[in-house]
Design a protein around this ligand. Structure first.
Ligand code: PLP
Length: 397
């Protein structure tokens, strides 16, 4: 059976070169980089190279900090909780602004802070999944400590105008954080050009390993640590450094940035081909305009086809996709992003997210198109919410 992986916004395959790069650091060069003996000190040049790759890859300057974390969930928690300790517990500020479509690593952390008394404003999005920058202007007040807005959405692929939004926050003297997990490696990300104060990233979304990520901190500014301990990373984030993964992350970012043009041409063309084929099916809609989305992402709703049922059929055909919904064993919840963009309950249950990578081939996309069409025919034929057969429906679309 063919196997086609179209769930690259969930995680990606490790690039073989990045995988290769980390191998020596398990059984050969396994010293703790903080140790004073040769086992430790021989690691330094490799770590330095990886850090240089990260600084170059994100466009960071010498005065900035990039601090390694275990994942973007940690980076996001760190920024929000660090600001809480630095500016809110002190009584100086009490307000954080974010959007209604953030990943739970931001959304749930904000809800936790709300329970501690922080005022949180969640900006609504339009049907394309984007906010109105004027809403941000209007939401900022004298007590706003931080604006946290994602660079690209994990479900819709919607790209937020980060430079403009960071500018709005800065005009009012407010710090700006962006969760750039879904942007890094897919579109150009340059922290200095964007003017952000904090940026979260995660290796496993750009063909690096899982369990390693980082936080960019402009001008190495103060941010109370989330993890206290052995003073690693200059005391900013304690915990023994995961050398192999950091080496692989540096390599993966380097490669991903070299492939950005390819991402914008080859991956975009395959995505558009898949999207065009989906839109040929009656009663299918796709969220957001293509030019405002990352080149690899489609969030479609297929009337009458429950997202989970579609995933089941596709999985049987060897195709991995996602509904993006919180799927518990007993209750099937609808996709929260579909709800945030104002989709009806019916449509919110029919979300199908397809996310490509540079490793997908034309043959794979042709196969996926064929299998998706077959699944739509089968599932609509047994769907109680899709009681009528549109023209051409029985003929296999
Ligand atoms: N932010 C966004 C936008 C994501 O898509 C994800 C992962 O899906 C995360 C944060 C969490 O990243 P990690 O898996 O590194 O914790």
């Amino acid at each position: 059976m063919k196997k086609v992986y179209l769930d690259n916004n969930a995680t990606t395959m490790v690039d073989p070169e990045a995988y290769e790069a980390m191998q020596p650091f398990f059984c050969e060069k396994y010293g703790n980089p903080n140790s004073l003996h040769d086992y430790g000190s021989q690691i330094s040049p490799y770590l330095r190279k990886a850090m240089d790759q990260l600084y170059d890859g994100l466009g960071a300057g010498d005065m900035d900090d990039i601090v390694i974390t275990s994942c973007a969930t940690e980076s996001n928690n760190w920024v929000l909780k660090g600001i809480y300790f630095d500016k809110i517990v002190t009584g100086e500020k009490n307000h954080i602004i974010t959007t209604s479509v953030e990943h739970p690593a931001v959304g749930h952390t904000c809800s936790f802070l709300e329970r501690l008394g922080v005022k949180v404003t969640r900006l609504d999005v339009n049907s394309d999944g984007l906010i109105n920058p004027d809403d941000l202007k209007n939401a900022i007040d004298d007590k706003t400590a931080l604006v946290s807005i994602m660079w690209a959405n994990n479900e819709t692929g919607a790209i937020f105008p980060i430079k403009e939004l960071a500018g709005i926050a800065h005009e009012r003297g407010v710090l700006f954080h962006t969760d750039a997990v879904q942007a890094v490696g897919k579109i150009k990300v340059n922290v200095i050009d964007a003017g952000v104060d904090f940026l979260s990233f995660s290796a496993h979304k750009f063909h690096g390993p899982k369990g390693v990520g980082g936080l960019y901190i402009k001008n190495s500014q103060k941010l109370t640590p989330l993890l206290h301990g052995g003073e690693h990373m200059g005391g900013r984030r304690s915990g023994t450094l995961n050398v192999p993964y950091i080496v692989a992350m540096g390599k993966a970012l380097d490669i991903a940035n070299k492939f950005l043009t390819f991402e914008d041409s080859h991956v975009r063309r395959l995505r558009d081909k898949l999207e065009d084929a989906l839109l040929e099916i009656p009663d299918v809609t796709v969220v957001g305009k293509r030019e405002h989305r990352t080149p690899n992402t489609i969030l479609a709703s297929i009337k009458g086809v429950e997202g989970e049922a579609m995933l089941w059929d596709l999985n049987k055909a060897g195709i991995a996709a996602s509904t993006g919904s919180a799927c518990a064993s007993e209750t099937l919840e609808s996709n929260p992003i579909m709800e945030a963009i104002g989709a009806s309950d019916d449509l919110a249950h029919t979300a199908l997210r397809l996310s490509l990578s540079r490793f997908n081939t034309e043959e794979e996309i042709d196969y996926a198109i064929e299998e998706i069409k077959k699944a739509v025919v089968r599932l609509r034929s047994i769907s109680s919410s899709f009681a009528y057969a549109p023209k051409g429906y029985k003929s296999g679309l």
